[in-house]
Design a protein around this ligand. Structure first.
Ligand code: ADP
Ligand code: MG
Length: 226
């Protein structure tokens, strides 16, 4: 299964005219593949993720998730689809200050209606996968920036999504920690078999990703890993 964006155009109101944030974008990401989208600030990266996440409806084009075309779905159908199929890692780890690392993850499963014991098991398994088994009982203020980002990533995987969307995960980290986060996302993509899009303005850590696409002014051009 996979994620398919086909001929997506997205515009925003801009005074008297409209600004084109995505211009006929087509991108296919198969299951188990990490696709990096690289471009400068303002090039349309977050817009691309918002469309792929079905949070924003494009002016034209289709989004297909696991073979399901989202065109024409109502809000409730989209919310259900997101909950079951999509994990989103936003730029800022918006963790809840009063919850431990394990609880941040368990909350997601409760929303999804799973049993507490199952949720706990899955949470511990994922914290272990991101190297935080020993920190499961810590709250956000007791974790480093890199550790918070790992919790954020583990949380996005809680409901076993087939699609993982990651927005600039290294922007608040130094080079070494940033590289470790990209490696982690690569490994989890293969291990959990997600179709993953990672957007970033920084191509320095992308040596091991499966495919790289460049975005400029809302237009994609294929690039090769360097
Ligand atoms: P990036 O994530 O690469 O920095 P964005 O997708 O956030 O780029 O933005 C692409 C373009 O769309 C920019 O010119 C930005 O100013 C504009 N834009 C983004 N979101 C909105 C919005 N909600 N309303 C109007 N313009 C927006
Ligand atoms: Mg952005």
């Amino acid at each position: 299964m996979s994620l398919n964006l086909t001929d997506i155009t997205l515009t925003y109101p801009d005074g008297e005219t409209r600004l084109t944030a995505l211009d006929h974008v087509t991108l296919t990401v198969p299951k188990g593949v990490l696709s990096a989208v690289v471009g400068p600030s303002g090039s349309g990266k977050s817009s691309l993720l918002a469309v792929a996440a079905t949070l924003v409806t494009p002016d034209a084009g289709t989004v297909t998730l696991d073979g399901i075309t989202t065109t024409g779905m109502n809000r409730k159908e989209l919310t259900d689809l997101r909950r079951h199929k999509i994990g989103i890692v936003f730029q800022q780890p918006n963790l809840l200050p009063s919850l431990t690392a394990a609880e941040q993850l368990q909350v997601m499963a409760q929303i999804d209606g799973r049993s507490p014991a199952k949720a706990r098991g899955r949470a511990m398994q994922l914290l272990d996968a991101v190297g935080l088994a020993a920190q499961a009982g810590r709250r956000p203020h007791q974790l480093s920036g890199g550790q918070r980002q790992r919790v954020n990533i583990a949380r996005a995987l809680m409901n076993e999504p087939s699609i993982l969307l990651v927005d600039e995960p290294t922007s608040a980290l130094d080079h070494e920690r940033g590289a470790a986060i990209i490696d982690l996302i690569t490994r989890l993509t293969h291990q959990q078999a997600t179709a993953t899009i990672l957007v970033t303005h920084d191509r320095s850590n992308l040596t091991a990703v499966d495919q790289i696409t460049e975005v400029h002014d809302g237009r994609l051009t294929l690039s090769t890993p360097t």
